[in-house]
Design a protein around this ligand. Structure first.
Ligand code: PMP
Length: 376
């Protein structure tokens, strides 16, 4: 039995998503921009999915723009808002633990004349909202903070920070990468006080290659891809109707059960922590109050990649860090105060609604075995 515990990297598409994708590939294959009935039907599919995502976020369907994934959503939000608001105001404030699609985009803007201020967690590995709020000044055009960190599950104080910043500087654009929070925690744009919010389809049991960006009414984003003016000119290019349909179907399926799945994930996390506490040398890098879907541990000095391949031989799939960085350390664990040697033996276990205690028990058993067999 394969035990898939790498759901923060990607998830298995659900039946509903696959059916919606299949239907759009085989029946509803029109181009939403075509003026005839086939085009209209395809547009009904994309607009239906748009409405499902908007309902889940508590916003108007007109605020949702489809993209090729969260990497593009993050690029569009940050580059687009920086271009719209950053003519005179050159300061951008961002957390130091963002995904590469935000962090690298910031590095690029920095090379192009922006002043990027990275706010770090404090010595206890937590973000003090005041540290972020105090870094924002009247010269700031954009702030960006992810909701759930993809490597540790740490939940950042987005609501506190965005609300305080917007109270003092209502004109600053506030962006949140919600990829690891959407459909796992209740994410409402108004509660977070976000102007821009990025989502990804393949992290919520739909297909890879589709994402969305929420843009609050009145917030300006300069398009980064120009062409046929699809998505109201914000993101040109023929919409991937099948992938969008799948994204909508997955949201429709998952949205009603966020709370009960969260409770279940908490139970699974406690179960796993119980098993891990019996293995000597295992340390926990995730905070107690993080997302229950992601647990980052260090395996008694055994190198991550060696452990990963040891587990793989037993058909147990985990990650040595963030899958996007292909095993290369992103530096995010160090930001959270994890030592170099603990980071070198880090293993990320990320669960889904389908994960069972039996699978977690198999993982814990194999990990203990690996620690016994792998040399430090
Ligand atoms: N942000 C976060 C927090 C992520 O975990 C990921 C995926 N690893 C992304 C953005 C990028 O998403 P996508 O794969 O859809 O480009």
């Amino acid at each position: 039995m394969a035990v898939y515990l790498d759901n923060a990297a990607t998830t298995k598409p659900c039946r509903e998503a696959v059916e919606a994708i299949n239907n759009a590939l085989t029946e509803n294959y029109g181009n939403p921009s075509s003026l005839h009935k086939m085009g209209l039907n395809a547009q009904l599919v994309t607009d239906g999915a748009r409405k499902k995502i908007a309902d889940a976020l508590g916003c108007d369907a007109g605020c949702i723009y489809f993209t090729s994934g969260a990497t593009e959503s993050n690029n569009l939000a940050i580059r687009g808002a920086a271009a719209a608001y950053g003519r005179r105001k050159k300061r951008i404030v961002v957390s130091s633990v963002e995904h590469a699609s935000v962090a690298e985009t910031m590095n690029d803007l920095e090379k192009n004349g922006f002043e990027v201020v990275r706010v770090h967690p404090d010595s206890t590995g937590r973000f003090a909202p005041a540290d972020f709020i105090n870094a924002v000044d009247e010269n700031t055009c954009l702030i960006s903070m992810m909701l759930v960190n993809n490597e540790t599950g740490y939940i950042l104080p987005v609501k506190e920070v965005f609300s305080a910043v917007k109270r003092r500087f209502p004109e600053i654009a506030a962006h949140c990468d919600c990829v690891q929070g959407f459909m796992k925690l209740p994410v409402r744009v108004s509660a977070l006080n976000a102007d821009l919010l990025s989502l990804s389809g393949h992290k919520i049991h739909s297909a890879k290659g589709v994402g969305a960006l929420y843009i609050k009414k009145g917030i300006r984003v300069i398009p980064q891809v120009t062409g046929g003016k699809q998505e109201k000119g914000i993101r040109s290019g023929t919409e991937s109707v099948p992938l969008i349909a799948g994204f909508g179907a997955a949201v429709e399926k998952l949205a009603p059960t966020i709370n009960e799945r969260y409770e279940r994930a908490c139970g699974l996390r406690s179960f796993l922590l119980g098993r891990l506490s019996e293995i000597s040398g295992v340390t926990i890098n995730s905070p107690d109050d993080g997302s229950p879907y992601i647990l980052n541990i260090s395996a008694a000095g055994r190198r991550s990649e060696i452990m990963l391949h040891f587990l793989e031989q037993r058909e147990i799939y985990v990650s040595s860090g963030s899958a996007c960085s292909k095993g290369a350390q992103s530096g995010v664990l160090a930001e959270f105060g994890v030592s170099r040697s603990d980071a070198d033996s880090a293993v990320r276990i990320s669960i889904s609604s389908e994960t069972t205690e039996e699978e977690l028990a198999l993982f814990a058993e194999a990990l203990a075995d690996g620690i016994g067999k792998i040399k430090t």
